[in-house]
Design a protein around this ligand. Structure first.
Ligand code: PGA
Length: 256
């Protein structure tokens, strides 16, 4: 059985002080719950402090929101995989729709970032998802297949098994408009089927696929109980430590 993975994508929110106070509450609320894997993904500026605070916390892992594919050099404003790894970052988001739309990320750059991450033993969380216009034009499967093939080109089956995919329909991100559990399940079953053709059925069976887009405490159970939804990438609702803990707990209940 795939262990569910719930990640808090804080985006451009949380100063270091805010992150500290979030963790104080969240770690207490979470207790020793470990039936789901939990990842906190702060902005770069709070990574070191969050990493320090998590030293003695076994059931919360650290993630980063982005990385550059080069190892070092003249890339002002960018951060390398090694810099993240040194802070005990375990996961890194690549290809988030905000990065794709606002910062020109493409399947080709997502592919390079995922490669750099894996080479540094960081696990990429590769985000894909269609826009509303693409959904309305019945292009969901076509878009997902193209993003998967482009983003995941050149990876072996073993490498793919290290990755997490996140299905995030663009129209559901930050809009309060969640995909229905059936819509998300349908898309995610298609993603898994596509992985079986890109790699093999065993890899498709192992790879975890998160859903992201307006996940909240009150819709988490219905989404997370779908057979091809293996966790959530949570934005807005992950900024409240109690609310985020509730999402994790609702998911953990399903693991029994
Ligand atoms: P949201 O964001 O939960 O605020 O919709 C999800 C995401 O962008 O990862």
């Amino acid at each position: 059985m795939r262990k569910k993975i719930i990640a808090a994508n804080w985006k451009m929110n949380m100063t270091v002080n805010e992150a500290k106070s979030f963790l104080d509450t969240f770690v207490r609320e979470l207790g020793d719950e470990s039936r789901a894997e939990v990842v906190v993904i702060p902005p770069f500026t709070a990574l070191a402090e969050v990493s320090n605070r998590l030293t003695d916390v076994q059931n919360v892992k650290l993630g980063a929101q982005n990385l550059h594919w080069e190892k070092s050099g003249a890339f002002t404003g960018e951060v390398s995989a090694a810099m993240l790894r040194e802070l005990f970052v375990r996961y890194v988001v690549v290809g988030h729709s905000e990065r794709r739309t606002l910062f020109g990320e493409t399947d080709a750059t997502v592919n390079k970032k995922a490669r750099a991450a894996l080479d540094a033993t960081l696990k990429p969380i590769v985000c894909i998802g269609e826009t509303l216009a693409q959904r309305d034009a019945n292009q969901v499967e076509q878009v997902l297949e193209m993003q998967l093939k482009g983003s995941l080109a050149g990876f072996s089956a073993e490498e793919l098994q290290q990755m997490v995919l996140a299905y995030e329909p663009v129209w559901a991100i930050g809009t309060g408009r969640t995909a229905s559990p059936e819509q998300a399940q349908e898309a995610q079953a298609f993603i898994r089927k596509t992985i079986a053709t890109i790699a093999d059925p065993a890899t498709a069976d192992k790879i975890r696929i998160q859903y992201g887009g307006s996940v909240k405490a009150d819709n988490a159970s219905a989404l997370m109980s779908q057979p091809d939804i293996d966790g959530a990438l949570v934005g807005g609702a992950s900024l409240d430590p109690r609310g985020f803990a509730e999402i994790v707990k609702a998911t953990c209940k399903l693991q029994d």
